[in-house]
Design a protein around this ligand. Sequence first.
Ligand code: ZN
Length: 278
Amino acid sequence: MSAWKGTVGKGFTADAFSDYVATLAFPAWRPQFVVLHNTAVPTLADWHSVPGDVRMKNLESYYQNGQQWSAGPHLFVADDLIWVFTPLNVSGVHSPSWNSITWGVEIIGDYAVEPFGPAVRENTLSALATLHAALGLNPDTLRLHKEDPRTTHMCPGKNVIKAEIVQGVHDRLAVGEHVPGGLPTTQGGRAREPLRPRKQEKKPGDCPVGTGAATFYINLWRRLPAVMVITPLVVALVPALMAAFVATLMAAMLTPFFAIPVTAITGVYQLSAIRSGR
Ligand SMILES: [Zn+2]
């Protein structure tokens, strides 16, 4: 079990989040791009049934003790607040191929079924613009979790459209609300560490919140083509082979019994044919 990296566990309005990120330094780790997720479970409709700070504590317990990971995603974006979970200047756990080089941003909700409404959309675009501005990242580099070749999760759901997100972040950066180019590339006169992959998790994290029933069925749905091919093969092939075997056996056993009546019938037929002069 990797050492737990700790959490921030605080919720910010979009503006307060921008101010918060401006205070951060990245002496040891900085991401190359953002991976966008949705939580699936909880849904956005369900999110406010538990206070946000309690959600953060529950998530910490889930990742640290349940999953035994070293961290979780960096942000959880709700329709009211942007919650910082894993500190933004350490690597998180959320997408198996890209944990060591990305920020993981979870939009709260299940956007396979829930509408991606204006409030949560605004907070998502604002949070993403802040992140991209802070380190001078290009929004075109953003990936969805489901683009990770090592995941089977359909994350985020289809109602989150990548092109719209990327364009929305570009628009916000262009307005100058956030300063493109980000923080200075050196801190304390010392060049930042070169980017290199860090050691991988023993159990690489994979959109860990959505491990409920929804994700199970989504995964099943993704595997449907394979299931549809393999299942009929197994269902058809096994009885067919058994039937063929039994039929062969029966034929071998019953041939003498059939042979007598068949010979008798054909004999009678031939006899009647001779008699009728054909
Ligand atoms: Zn995900």
